[in-house]
Design a protein around this ligand. Structure first.
Ligand SMILES: Cc1cc2nc3c(=O)[nH]c(=O)nc-3n(C[C@H](O)[C@H](O)[C@H](O)COP(=O)(O)O)c2cc1C
Length: 178
């Protein structure tokens, strides 16, 4: 599987970055990962279609290369982060060829709060569905720190099990298309 991973936190010691690394660490050695940076300029329709920023074009190319896209976002004020929303807005446009339309995907998030980004995910899923993504519905990867993942990214057995199930459901969706 070629998996593009997008993390919605720019923080160096981000729990969501640790979660992303832990998930990538559970892939097979034959799998490949593209780390898509969400650190791109603010969406500006005046830049379309001729002046798409290089970092946005790179994200588009990585997504076009991938079989599936994994979104991992913090929960900010009961929703997903602004950097994720900004990147989704770029990726939702005709000017870059609608790279997420019909793309297989999954959603995850980590937070120190007990709700494990459940509210964030209930906002993110409809947005991604709106732009045509084919998301794995279950399991829901709600990762509370430290009860479901340590501060430095070690998954509990239960979280690891959910991650493995998500990976296998992504593989099933990819296989069903071939
Ligand atoms: C602006 C802001 C709003 C936040 N709102 C929420 C929230 O609604 N729910 C929640 O669980 N955590 C919230 N938090 C705490 C984040 O989950 C926490 O800062 C987390 O570490 C961010 O993810 P990161 O470690 O990947 O950067 C908020 C943090 C910030 C900075």
């Amino acid at each position: 599987m070629k998996l593009a991973i997008i993390v919605g936190s720019l923080r160096a010691e981000s729990y969501n970055k640790h979660l992303a690394q832990a998930i990538a660490g559970r892939l097979d050695t034959s799998d490949e990962v593209a780390w898509v940076s969400a650190d791109v300029p603010l969406f500006d329709a005046d830049l379309e279609p001729d002046d798409i920023p290089a970092s946005v074009q790179r994200a588009v190319d990585q997504i076009n290369w991938s079989d599936a896209v994994l979104f991992i976002s913090p929960e900010y004020n009961r929703s997903f982060s602004g950097v994720i929303k900004n990147l989704i807005d770029w990726l939702s446009r005709e000017s870059v060829g609608y790279p997420l339309d019909e793309k297989i995907g999954a959603v995850a998030g980590a937070t120190p709060s007990g709700i494990g980004t459940a509210v964030m995910q209930s906002h993110l899923r409809p947005v991604l569905a709106h732009i045509g993504m084919d998301l794995v519905p279950l399991p829901e990867l709600f990762v509370s720190v430290p009860s479901r993942m340590s501060e430095d990214g070690e998954l509990t057995d239960r979280t690891a099990e959910s991650v493995d199930l998500t990976i296998s459901r992504l593989r099933d969706k990819i296989a069903a298309r071939k």
